[in-house]
Each structure stands twice: as C-alpha cells, then as structure tokens.
Design a protein around this ligand. Structure first.
Ligand code: CNA
Length: 294
C-alpha cells in the first residue's frame, strides 16, 4: 500500500485509469455475480431462469423479459443504494486531477451518484439512463420508463399503436456490442501511467462461445478480446505501466504476474481503500468528499 501511495504521489503520475466491477458496490449492498454464496449467480432461483446468464441473454429476453425486469427493479438506480468509500476514492482522484478515465462494468449508476463526471466515465456494460425499443429502435430517456420498472411492469413502446415493442434499458446483454465510448480505450490506455483494477473477476462472459471459438481458431488472445473486451483491457497499457489489483482474491493476469510492475492488494476493498487513503494522507479529504456529497 505504501508503494502504491508513493506511485500515486509521484510527479510522473497524472493519468490514472480505473477499471471497476461489481466488487466495488458490494459494500453498498448490491451483490456481485460470482462471489460464492452471496453472488447473484447463486441466488437466481427466485427469477426462475433456466441458466444463470439467461437474465442478460438477448434471445432469452425476447422469449421472456420478466426475469430481467425483476432484476432491473432491484438494481435500478433509484436512490435505494448509495455510493461507498471506493466510489468516493475515485472521485477524489478526479478532484486531484489524476483520473484519466473510469471504465466500469457496473450498471448500478453509483459512479455518477458519487459525482464522477460522465465525461470521465465509460459505462462499458451500459446504463439505465437511456433505453431503446427492441422493435423500432426508438430512444427513450431512462427516467420515462423508471416508474414502470419500479412497479414491476414491462415498459412498451408508444411510438405508434402498431409498435408496442418492449423498451429495454441500454444495458449490454450477452452478444451485444459495447457502447461506442468503450473505444476511448484506444487513446486512453497508451497514455495511462497507473492502472487500478478494482472489484472484478476479469472473467470471460460467454464461456461456451469462447471455448468453441478458441478451439476452432486456436488463437486465445485475439478471441478473448472479442468475447470479453473489458477483461482484456488490462493488457492494453504500456508494458512498463504499473498495474494494481484491489480485489478479494487475485484474478486474471495477477494470479501469475508477468510484469515486474504488477501489484495486488487482496481482501475487502473498502479496507484496502481506507488504508490507501491513509497512506496518501487523504483520510480527511475522502471523509469530507463523502460527507459533502451524501
Ligand atoms: P463478478 O464476476 O461477480 O466479480 C466480482 C469480483 O469482486 C470477484 O472477484 C469478488 O471476489 C470481488 N469482490 C466482491 N466483493 C468484494 C469486496 N468487498 N472487496 C473486494 N473484492 C470483492 O463481477 P464483475 O464485475 O467482474 O463481472 C462483470 C459483470 C457483473 C458485469 O456485466 C456487471 O454488469 C455485472 N454486475 C454488476 C453489478 C452492479 O452494477 N453493481 C452487480 C452484479 C453484477
């Protein structure tokens, strides 16, 4: 932690990229996907889906949208969940002029609620702030369908009486393209001088597709990019850029570090962030940022 604080304080570090996943929001009360026992994948019985990933599967959604909307009702950024110290730590990086961009897989909107400006965010797996009709493509503001979702109803397109397609929040489902903003990584990552990877398992999203395609083409790296572009971002920094993982357990390339500048701090991320804030002399700054905003 002292080493990382030294890197952040050093003159040369101006462009920090944060890559985040569901693990940064567990302290806010939102379960992640894959943590054994508490993760959503182990607790989907109530949504009655045939397999765990069906909730975010486009084909399944067209045949039965109910499980997705039940889950959406839980996760909808409605004020029920609040950002925690980890979100505010990223806000502090921004306040100090150190944040180049935050790439998040989360769909809970807590980064925006913590006051991280949208221009600093790449919500790689989409957001509830906008939505689209799955039939005619008409764009909707997330607010217009919020009430329906919170009441447990399925929002329908009103463009013409003939359409009546289901309006789906712009959350990226398996098999859908990532938002255009994701491609900012092409200029962001070469400019990055410290990568913070937080609360993510860095796992591929569609194992069956990945393994079948990997067998056919025998080209693991290129494939992993197309099947899980988010996880493969960690390898897009320059080879000398320090990469720090803050996660419960070691994941992805951090399990067998191939770079001298790879670091991991395992355990609860809220604890690690508070220790890091202390090492940076940011304890009060973090506390004040949280209190002012909350
Ligand atoms: P994941 O695969 O569930 O991995 C989460 C990681 O976080 C795991 O490695 C955990 O060990 C770790 N973790 C959990 N709690 C803590 C903690 N307190 N301290 C430290 N580490 C912790 O989730 P990913 O984000 O990697 O997977 C990507 C999916 C999850 C995306 O498509 C998201 O949209 C989706 N998701 C998002 C949310 C949300 O928006 N909050 C919730 C659940 C799932």
């Amino acid at each position: 932690i002292e080493d990382v604080a030294r890197i952040i304080k050093s003159e040369g570090v101006k462009n920090i990229i944060v890559m985040a996943g569901a693990g940064i929001s567990t302290a806010s009360g939102i379960p992640d996907f894959r943590s054994p026992g508490t993760g959503l994948y182990d607790n989907l019985q109530k949504y009655k889906v045939p397999y765990p990933t069906a909730v975010f599967d486009l084909d399944y959604f067209h045949s039965n949208p109910k499980p997705f909307f039940e889950l959406a009702k839980e996760l909808y950024p409605s004020g029920k969940y609040r950002p925690n110290a980890v979100h505010y730590f990223v806000r502090c990086l921004h306040e100090r002029g150190l944040l180049l961009r935050m790439y998040t897989q989360n769909i809970d909107g807590l980064e925006r609620l913590a006051g991280i400006p949208p221009m600093k965010l790449v919500e790689a797996h989409g957001t509830f702030t906008s939505a689209s009709c799955t039939k005619c493509g008409k764009k909707y503001n997330g607010e217009t369908i919020k009430d329906k979702i919170l009441k447990g109803a399925t929002p329908r397109c009103q463009l013409t009486p003939l359409c009546y397609g289901i309006i789906k929040p712009d959350i990226v489902f398996f098999g859908e393209d990532l938002p255009k903003r994701f491609y900012y990584y092409l200029k962001d990552f070469p400019a990055c001088d410290l990568l913070l990877v937080m609360g993510t398992s860095l796992q591929v999203r569609c194992y069956s597709l990945y393994f079948t395609a990997a067998r056919i083409t025998q080209c693991d790296f290129i494939l992993s990019y197309f099947v899980e572009p988010f996880a493969s971002l960690v390898d897009s920094t320059r080879a000398t850029t320090p990469r720090l993982l803050l996660n419960m357990v070691k994941v992805g390339p951090f399990t067998k570090p191939s770079r001298r500048t790879d670091l991991s701090i395992t355990g609860d991320i809220s604890d690690s962030i508070h220790k890091l804030a202390d090492a940076l002399d940011w304890r009060e700054f973090l506390q004040e940022t949280m209190e002012a905003h909350e």
